[in-house]
Design a binder for this molecule. Structure first.
Ligand code: FES
Ligand code: FES
Length: 151
């Protein structure tokens, strides 16, 4: 089947198989490999994207469900060649090691700061509780969120 959706502000069309995930369509059909595929079960958050402004795991959404809707991926956060403040903060604080979890954490953090400009420590932990990182121990990730919030 053919779907039409807005991805990072651009109208896109693609052929899909009815059973494939939005994550597969983004990565394999639309040339956007930023969202990562780690568990494909909604457990790790590495595939986090915004669907009509709501944070979702793209591995749990059918590509067909995104037909006619708007998706923002980590690639869509930067503007005019400038990193989004969350991307900048992750880079500056060294909150990235292998980087596999990073796109999902950045999208989830951008979503949090959109909803809550100055989140408490508990709110940060709660908001990122669905995003797993195997490398950093989270301290630098939380530093990055605090830095982005300050800005
Ligand atoms: S790949 Fe989607 S939650 Fe892990
Ligand atoms: S930086 Fe490696 S999983 Fe998070």
């Amino acid at each position: 089947m053919r779907i039409e959706l807005t991805v990072n502000g651009e109208r896109r069309e693609t052929e899909i198989w009815e059973g494939e995930s939005l994550l597969f369509a983004l990565r394999e059909r639309l040339g956007l490999p930023g969202s990562k595929n780690a568990c494909e079960q909604g457990e790790c958050g590495s595939c986090s994207v915004l669907l009509d402004g709501k944070l979702v795991c793209a591995c749990l959404v059918l590509a067909a469900q995104a037909d006619g809707h708007a998706v923002v991926t980590v690639e869509g956060l930067a503007r005019d060649g400038e990193l989004h403040r969350v991307q900048q903060a992750f880079s500056e604080t060294g909150a990235v090691q292998c980087g596999f979890c990073t796109p999902g954490l950045i999208v989830a953090t951008a979503d949090l700061l959109e909803r809550k400009a100055a989140p408490s420590e508990d709110e940060i932990r709660e908001a990122l509780s669905g995003n797993l990182c195997r490398c950093t121990g989270y301290a630098k990730i939380f530093d990055a969120v605090r830095l982005a919030a300050e800005r």
